[in-house]
Each structure stands twice: as C-alpha cells, then as structure tokens.
Ligand binder design. Structure first.
Ligand SMILES: NC(=O)c1ccc[n+]([C@@H]2O[C@H](COP(=O)([O-])OP(=O)(O)OC[C@H]3O[C@@H](n4cnc5c(N)ncnc54)[C@H](O)[C@@H]3O)[C@@H](O)[C@H]2O)c1
Length: 331
C-alpha cells in the first residue's frame, strides 16, 4: 500500500513517514522545503527515511498542479495524509493571502487530484484554533465553532469544509484531525517549547505574551502519531477528531518545567497578549478515546524530559542536502 504524506519533511510529517516505513509501507513524501524555518532542519528530519528503498521524495509545491498529477500517475496512491501547510497564527497576520494560497487553494488542488485518481482515504491535519473564541472548554468536536482569531485558523476551517465537500463529491473516506499543540523532537523552531529551550541554552531572553497564565494542550509527538496510525487503520467515512492530551498546561509551567529539566534559569520578558492568542486551548479527547482507542500516555513532565534530551544530543544538520538531491524524484 502506498501512502502520500504531504509536508512529510516537517516536524509531524517526518515522524509519520518513519513510522509508516517501519510498518513496511511504501511512502511518497511531497514537500516544498519552504523557508518558514531552515530547510536544512527538514533535510535532517528525513535523513533516515532517505536510506529506505520504500521512500520517495518529491520536492515540489503543493500548488504545482502538473507535478501533483504526475505524482499520482506514477504512484498508485491509496491514502493521502495532508500535513503540508503554512503554520503559525501570528505569522499568518503578516501574509494572510499566502496562507490562503497554500492552506486553502493547495488543499483544494490536492483534493481534486484525489478525486481524479480515485484515492480511497484522506486524512487532513486541522488545528485546535478552528474552535475560535466562544465554545466552552474543553473543546468538543460537536461544539459550534466560534470565530477563528487568525487567518491561519480560518484557512484550517476552510480546509475542513473542502474535505467535507470532497467526501460528498467522490465518497472517499475523510478524517479531519484537530491537532492541539504538538511537541517533541524536531518540533518547529518557532514553537514555544523549542524556542524557549534553545534561548535558555544560549542565555537569551524568552518572550511571554500575557502574564504566563495562558493554557495550552501540549501533546507529545508519539501520542499524535499513534492517533494518526489508528485513523489510517479504521478508515471512517467522515469524522472530525481532536488529538490532544486532554491536560492543559499554563505557559508559566512550561517555563518552570524547562528550568528543572535543563537546570537553567530562564530570563523572561513579558509583553501584552497578542490578538490572535486564545486564552485557553484544551481538548476533549473522549471521541478519540472512543473511536481510536487513543490513550495519550506521555505526561508533560516525561515529554519535556525526552525533548530536552533530544535537543542536547542532536547534531547540527550536515551534508544531508546532497543525499536528498540524489533521492529526489523528477516528474
Ligand atoms: N505542530 C503542531 O503543534 C500543530 C498543531 C495543529 C496543527 N498542525 C498542523 O499539522 C501540520 C504539520 O505541522 P508541523 O508542525 O509538522 O509543521 P512543519 O512546518 O514542520 O511541516 C509542514 C511542512 O509542509 C511543507 N510545506 C509548506 N508549504 C508547502 C507547499 N506549498 N507545498 C508542499 N509542502 C509545503 C513545509 O516545507 C514543511 O516541511 C500542519 O498542517 C499544521 O497546520 C500542527
């Protein structure tokens, strides 16, 4: 069986690619290695996969329709896991049109290819901010969505609607996974836990928007990957499912946990809250427990321990670009 993972060189995608390869599947990765953060980190992420003969890499932009069609013609893709996106809420304020182009137009382009080429199963990485301001905590999938606070959140909600439309148009199985704040090895450099830890190691000041009381539902990468694998095995006709930990943590606790795990004292600068920030993000995970036997087993304490260990042991990206160039598909 062949899986297409879009954004497969990114944080979540690269973990998923590795897991699918371990299970013996053929995996095609489509990634543009965009400049949202250092592309060398993405080459590092897929370093192990590049050695695997069951892995193929297409370095291309999701919006290049002719390349996408070439990919679907070349491989018999059964399932698409669509993770490629412009990410980050505050960054989306600076380029709302660019976010729309990738997250909405790119998703539509991909879904249309799935329809043309008879893909059976589609999994979409949606995001907790689609709940917006309004619904009561913890967020449950059947809650009426509030107004998305950022262009990023709005594009993810639009992506969910496109998924529903294509479910109706061509009957493929579709699952929209509302991911909460995922962390762990390879986390995107701009995300809180990684950026805080890296700054602490360099003795630099970290910035907290608000007074540190904002709460986020941090979920460890391994738990998310288990959730995705379970979705791939179950193939629901159409579902929207939260993947979080169900245990919100205050930003101030993130800092104090990092201080304990790194034995470093953080220098903190407090700035006013940003308009795109929700006060609290907290997943109701009962649907995932019921449908997926989902059990996020890694506590925040344990997850941060593992993350800090990875960060302190990792090597800087080396000459992986050369290997990636050799493995690259030309379509
Ligand atoms: N990490 C989280 O906490 C989190 C939370 C909620 C939702 N998500 C969603 O999960 C997905 C993966 O997130 P991540 O944290 O791994 O991000 P990431 O930035 O590490 O991975 C995304 C990948 O998509 C690629 N990409 C971007 N635009 C592309 C395009 N036009 N064509 C092809 N590839 C493109 C990037 O190069 C990158 O490798 C995203 O859709 C994101 O919105 C992530």
């Amino acid at each position: 069986m062949t899986y297409l993972v879009t954004g497969g060189a990114g944080f979540i995608g690269s973990h998923l690619v590795e897991r699918l390869l371990q299970e013996g599947f053929e995996v095609v990765c489509l990634d543009s290695f965009d400049g949202s953060y250092d592309p060398a980190l993405k080459r590092e992420n897929i370093g192990t996969a590049l050695d695997n003969p069951s892995f193929s890499l297409l370095e291309a932009d999701l919006r290049q329709g002719f390349l996408l069609e070439g990919l679907f013609s070349k491989f018999d893709i059964d399932t698409v896991i669509h993770l490629a996106a412009r990410t980050g809420e505050s960054c989306s304020l600076k380029d709302p049109v660019g976010y729309g182009e990738v997250n909405v137009n790119g998703t539509a382009q991909l879904l249309e290819c799935c329809r043309k080429f008879g893909v059976k199963n589609f999994v979409f990485a949606s995001s907790a901010p689609v709940y917006g301001e309004g619904p009561k905590l913890p967020f449950a999938e059947d809650a009426e969505s509030g107004v998305p606070l950022s262009p990023y959140a709005a594009t993810k909600l639009a992506g969910e609607f496109l998924c529903q439309t294509y479910r109706r148009l061509c009957g493929m199985s579709v699952t929209c996974l509302r991911l909460f704040t995922v962390y762990g090895p390879r986390q995107r450099p701009k995300m809180a836990i990684r950026s805080f830890a890296e700054k602490m190691f360099k003795g630099e000041e970290i910035t907290i928007f608000g007074d540190g009381s904002l709460r986020r539902d941090y979920v460890y990468i391994d738990d998310v990957i288990e959730g995705i694998i379970s979705v791939l095995k179950k193939r629901f006709p159409f579902e929207v499912i939260n993947l979080g930990s169900g245990r919100p943590v205050q930003i101030s606790e993130v800092v104090s946990t990092l201080e304990r795990k790194t034995t470093l004292k953080a220098k903190v600068e407090y700035l006013p809250p940003q308009p795109v920030e929700m006060e609290a993000i907290w997943a109701d995970i009962s649907k995932a427990e019921r449908l997926l036997d989902y059990e996020p087993g890694v506590s925040f304490e344990e997850g941060v321990t593992r993350f800090v260990k990875w960060l302190t042991e990792r090597q800087e990206p080396s000459a992986l670009k050369v290997v990636a160039e050799e493995k690259k598909l030309s379509i």
